[in-house]
Design a binder for this molecule. Structure first.
Ligand code: CP
Ligand code: NVA
Length: 297
């Protein structure tokens, strides 16, 4: 594995390998590694972050490396310097790059021009680091996803949903997406995905029925904050006690965070499932350490 740009580009074997490594690194925490000794990794972020930034900075240090955080306002990228020029400069100075931005193409271009391992820390298309942490959480809480139904309630074609769609394709679990019609994955995408284990509905009750994992995310992703019309489409899509009544016994609730209580999830359900949701947040650290180790191996 040279880069981690998407779940789409990972094989089932690579996903399982990363999760095994993450579980191992989680057990080993406290015994710092040396896999990144002598290395500097740049974090180039053009969007806000709490979890991704902190977990990467801590993870790089725990592996013996040095993280260098560069927000777009700190570097010339924010003043219009091209990605390919930024990539060719950083590629000569740092050992790896972790990029959070809008266009997936920018992360791809950076990886091509820099020649250094590049990690997608969230784009408009995918959030692969998050999905690996989510899968690790499902494995820890439910023992795996074989025979399980995963429901995603919310924006049906966000970065989170797209990464879940590719995870379902690669791993074969049942994925039911409930989303307003205007936010559902386009028919061409679903045809190309060709995953009979994926279903899409506009009725969250159908998706949640008998689901073992109920997953949600903000209705308006970063960059969409002004789209009030889009937000109005989500009336009836709150993950709350009423909706969860038909979920499978022993179900878990996931949220990648940040959460907006009273919108995509009720305060009651978030607090009821806080142990899982914050375990999921912690798993970002372990999953990303596994990605870093895989990229320098
Ligand atoms: N879930 C997630 O990526 O959180 P941050 O935006 O805080 O990094
Ligand atoms: N879909 C959300 C995920 C945040 C971690 C966003 O892009 O804002």
């Amino acid at each position: 594995m040279k880069h981690l740009l998407s779940i789409e580009q990972l094989s089932s074997r690579e996903i399982h390998g990363l999760l095994d490594s993450a579980a191992h690194l989680k057990l080993q925490r406290g015994r710092d590694g040396t896999q990144l000794a002598g290395q500097t990794w740049a974090l180039i972020f053009t969007k806000s972050s709490t979890r991704t930034r902190v977990s990467f900075e801590v993870g790089i240090r725990e592996l013996g490396g040095f993280p260098m955080f560069l927000s777009k306002n700190d570097i010339q990228l924010g003043r219009g310097e091209l990605i390919k020029d930024t990539a060719r400069v950083l590629g000569r100075m740092v050992h790896g790059a972790i990029i959070r931005t809008f266009a997936q193409q920018d992360v791809i271009e950076f990886s091509e021009y820099s020649g250094i391992p590049t990690i997608n820390a969230l784009t408009d298309d995918e959030h692969p680091c998050q999905i690996l942490a989510d899968l690790l959480t499902v494995r820890e809480k439910l023992g795996g996803w074989e025979g399980r139904k995963v429901a995603f309630i919310g924006d049906g074609f966000s970065n989170m949903t797209r990464s879940w769609l590719w995870a379902a394709k690669r791993l074969g679990f049942q994925l039911a997406i409930a989303s307003p019609v205007s936010c559902q994955p386009p028919a061409e995408f679903l045809t190309a995905l060709d995953a009979p284990n994926v279903s899409v509905t506009a009725d969250p009750r159908i998706a949640v029925t008998d689901a073992h994992v109920i997953n949600t995310d903000v209705w308006l992703s970063m960059g969409q904050e002004q789209q009030q019309d889009k937000e109005r489409e989500f009336a009836g899509f709150e993950v709350n006690a009423g909706l969860l009544a038909s979920a499978a016994a022993g179900h878990i609730v996931l949220h990648c965070l940040p959460a907006y209580r009273g919108k995509e999830i009720s305060a009651e359900i978030l607090e009821l499932h806080a142990a899982t949701i914050f375990q999921q947040a912690e798993n970002r650290l372990h999953a990303q350490k596994a990605i870093l180790v895989a990229l320098v191996r």
